[in-house]
Design a protein around this ligand. Structure first.
Ligand code: GUN
Length: 311
């Protein structure tokens, strides 16, 4: 039986709909809507698209979103000054500095900038204070992609407590917070990475398998226990026809999309996994829409917490 497809668009819409009363209550009480500042440095095409859809979703949810742009030639000090101004802004409850930053800013630029954001406004959940709170199981603002995956599992009635969970990938943005969230929900968690020996055998133990390594089609059938839930976090743009034709059998619906556009965004999970998994997130339309929904949810949470802290 083919896997149940977990619909991220529908879950994302449900999350945003459930936020509406909270946005309205906050706006009444504070005399202004919750607000987020999105900082975009330079004009990376992918980042423009991401930021555009975040702005649109915020607007539709009654959240104020302001785009703050800096040129690609801006210095790290220019960016730190902007972050400082936004930290002190009354109308911005959340700050998101879009990654990646221009290479010219230096190798440690992202870390310096994320560290400079007020933890109370850190809607990405990247600040060490918020990561520390997550480790201790008392987080308020958590990285959006992993917390969206937990929402997706909950809203799809997929049990977490007591299960074996395997996370492939150990990034600060997805792999590590994902492992902690699953652990806090009482899963038995293994984190795999490039040095893991016999990765398919470890992955096959999983009831919940999260693939977040950024290698298209890496997770094949032999990684998956029959009936397991498979979450695909990969979003790699591919325009190489040979790669596409290796992954998709003739007649597959995604081949037509490739012919039309000349490229596809591919997940880390091979299409053949649909035949063995119990449930599976598609790419696109799986995890992606949840990330934006959780960013908005974090913004409302930050707004409420800041209002309460003022008394
Ligand atoms: N670039 C791609 N995804 C993200 C994200 O979730 N947060 C930030 N700050 N940058 C990103």
């Amino acid at each position: 039986m083919p896997a149940r497809l977990l619909d991220g668009v529908a879950v994302g819409q449900a999350i945003r709909a459930s936020m509406r009363p909270e946005v309205e209550a906050f706006t009444r009480e504070a005399g202004r809507p919750p607000g987020i500042a999105l900082v975009l440095v330079g004009n990376d095409g992918g980042s423009e698209l991401y930021v555009g859809s975040k702005m649109k979703s915020a607007g539709e949810s009654g959240i104020r979103a302001d785009l703050e742009r800096l040129p690609a030639t801006a210095s790290i000090d220019d960016l730190l000054r902007l972050v400082d101004r936004l930290n002190r802004s009354d109308v911005h409850d959340g700050i998101l500095v879009q990654s990646p930053l221009p290479k010219e800013m230096g190798a440690d630029a992202e870390r310096r900038v994320f560290d400079a954001i007020d933890p109370a406004k850190d809607v990405d959940g990247f600040h060490p204070t918020n990561v520390g709170r997550l480790v201790q199981g008392r987080a308020s603002l958590v990285a959006c992609t992993p917390s969206g995956i937990i929402e997706m599992l909950d809203r799809s009635n997929i049990e977490i407590a007591g299960t074996r969970a395997v996370v492939i990938g150990r990034s600060d943005i997805v792999g590590k917070p994902m492992a902690l969230l699953l652990l806090n929900r009482h899963a038995t968690v293994t984190v795999c990475h490039s040095r893991t020996k016999d990765l398919p055998a470890v992955a096959r133990e999983a009831d919940i398998l999260v693939a977040a390594l950024g290698r298209p089609g890496f997770v094949t059938k032999d990684f998956v226990k029959p009936g397991a839930t498979v979450i695909d976090v990969g979003t790699t743009p591919v325009s190489d026809r040979a790669v596409i034709e290796r992954l998709f059998a003739p007649g597959h619906r995604r081949l037509a999309a490739f012919e039309k556009r000349g490229s596809l965004v591919l997940g880390d999970v091979h299409p053949e996994v649909e035949e063995v998994a119990g449930a599976l997130t598609p790419v696109p339309g799986g995890v992606g829409p949840l990330t934006i929904a959780m960013l908005l949810k974090n913004t409302v949470r930050a707004a409420q917490d800041r209002l309460r802290a003022r008394g």
